[in-house]
Ligand binder design. Structure first.
Ligand SMILES: [Zn+2]
Length: 166
């Protein structure tokens, strides 16, 4: 955390200790090491999302954000000028966050064969699911979440149609 200036490795947002987790770039499950070379501190949700992806898949996730990386927890996206760490100000009280991605994925799993078949219906379902779970979701976050579902192979889009592998 000190080496990263108290910021998340991926989204450069201030990272409160209870939001922080250690991400192994090459996952332990893929014979990655525990050394500093292979470890970064980042938002918990991001760590959860990256999971056991290969380094190649992780780079794809990062590149897909086109330089405007926001961890899927909805924090972050702080303008560069305001990201300068200021150690003398206490970090704001952590707001309990809902892991939208996990919530949506669990909902899709639960739906079984009655999952939405069209992109637009799926997006409304995601909005409703997050709302039911008392989470918040901007349109940009919805797009990011939707993209992550695709990157992780949970959702495949063909034209207007979606298929699932949850
Ligand atoms: Zn982050």
């Amino acid at each position: 955390m000190f080496a990263q200036g108290g910021l998340c490795f991926f989204c450069s947002s201030p990272l409160p200790k209870d939001e922080a987790s250690v991400e192994h770039l090459v996952p332990i499950a893929r014979a990655g090491s525990n050394s500093d070379d292979n470890c970064v501190a980042c938002c918990k949700t991001m760590n959860g999302l990256l999971g056991c992806m290969s380094l190649k898949e992780k780079i794809r996730v990062v590149l897909n954000q086109k330089g405007k990386f926001v961890c899927p927890n909805g924090a972050g996206a702080v303008a560069p000028a305001t990201t300068t760490p200021n150690v003398s100000t206490p970090s704001p009280l952590p707001i309990p966050k809902i892991d939208n991605y996990a919530v949506v994925l669990a909902d899709l799993k639960k739906r079984g064969t009655s999952r939405p078949r069209k992109v637009e219906t799926l997006k409304s379902t995601i909005r409703a699911t997050v709302k039911n779970a008392k989470g918040t979701l901007t349109e940009a976050q919805l797009e990011t979440l939707f993209k992550h579902l695709q990157i992780n192979g949970k959702v495949t889009v063909e034209g207007e149609k979606v298929s699932y592998s949850v």
